[in-house]
Design a binder for this molecule. Structure first.
Ligand code: ZN
Length: 146
């Protein structure tokens, strides 16, 4: 499917050029930061947790297109979602990033734009770029006591 890879590339570039939920949040919002020294990627995640939901999220940082677009897609996917759903999405995304060849991906819930990052699995050095913001989000949830 040659058209699909082009579509995926476009989605990734779109999030890189026009990142969603860019910025920062003031305390009491929780802040966590992550680094990927292999590539030089830096991500800061700010979240506000209210009524067991991630009511707001902002992302700062810099790095390669994979790390920044993954963070943008993540923020769009989880904003306003219950904590339990966010935790489930983190583990689903990390599972997608570790799929062995021939293994059948879990398609129980659509990942939307995030599926555009599936192709990254073919480039093991880039997997850390794609996962960076998700690990940082998990840390922010831990800090928030969720
Ligand atoms: Zn990177």
């Amino acid at each position: 499917m040659p058209g699909l890879e082009d579509l995926y590339r476009e989605i990734i570039l779109d999030h890189y050029k026009s990142p969603r939920n860019r910025g920062s949040l003031e305390p009491p919002a929780v802040r966590a930061e992550g680094h990927n020294p292999l590539c030089g990627d830096e991500i800061e995640v700010f979240i506000t947790v209210e009524d067991d939901k991630v009511s707001d999220i902002k992302i700062s940082g810099q790095g390669c297109s994979i790390s920044q677009s993954s963070a943008s897609m993540m923020s769009a996917a989880i904003k306003g979602k219950p904590i339990a759903d966010v935790r489930a999405l983190i583990s689903r995304f990390k599972h997608m990033m570790s799929i062995e060849e021939g293994e059948v991906p879990d398609t129980s819930a659509p990942l939307g734009d995030l599926e555009a990052l599936q192709g990254v699995v073919k480039f093991p050095v880039r997997i850390k770029c794609a996962i960076l913001s998700w690990n940082t989000l998990a840390e922010a949830l831990d800090i928030a006591g969720e």
